[in-house]
Ligand binder design. Sequence first.
Ligand code: BTN
Length: 241
Amino acid sequence: MAHDIDLRLVTDSTNEALKGEGFAHNRLVIAEYQSAGRGRRGRRWVSPLASNLYWSLGWKTQLPVQQLGGLSLVVGLAIVEALRQLEVTGVELKWPNDIRFQGRKLGGILIELSGDMVGGLQVIIGVGLNVHMSDRVTETIEQDWMNLQELKSGISRQEVLVEIIRQLGVYLEQFEKQGFHTFLDEWQKVDECYNQKVSIIQGDETINGCGAGVDENGAFLLQTGKGMKPVYAGEVSLRLR
Ligand code: BTN
């Protein structure tokens, strides 16, 4: 897919940059530094200069919003596949948006809707991926994190980005034409929570159970004592015991 690429030294947030404009399909905003990088649930995404990948893709689709449930999972799968092509193996996904290796966070995905266009939606697919961030980064990062460089020394941000964008084009086309259910088997292979004891936090409520994959809409499946419960939103955490 052809891209309109906007490479910035500094921006507040690449997602925000696209939000402010009626972007063209496949517009890609990349930044070397984000002054106000955002994660899910209003968290801050620490984005030091020239260390990692911070980018957002403007994607226009005819799919109805109800069919976008699996989108962040498909983006995660495209990233795992791209990394595999670069001989980085063992990367897993934690529903709905975490890219992890052995329980440590390598990156995350933030999908936002920017508005309706006539007959379709404008979707912003934002990705942050740690490549060679210094462990002396001054801001506090709440989650246990790691760099891609620990999995393949000398890996470059350019090669990672090029391969991800290539795979993403293929995966998004399959998602649009054939739906999320065609990715179910692939998801199961990299699902960090599969068959694991997990807790789901939804507001004030915590539900315990066992991860049982995802359904054809991308909802998390939680096996509880009362049966299978599809979870559409919430924070999943693995329980060690
Ligand atoms: C998460 O795990 O909470 C999602 C993190 C997403 C971070 C990326 S960095 C590029 C894009 N711009 C942002 O402000 N956020 C996303």
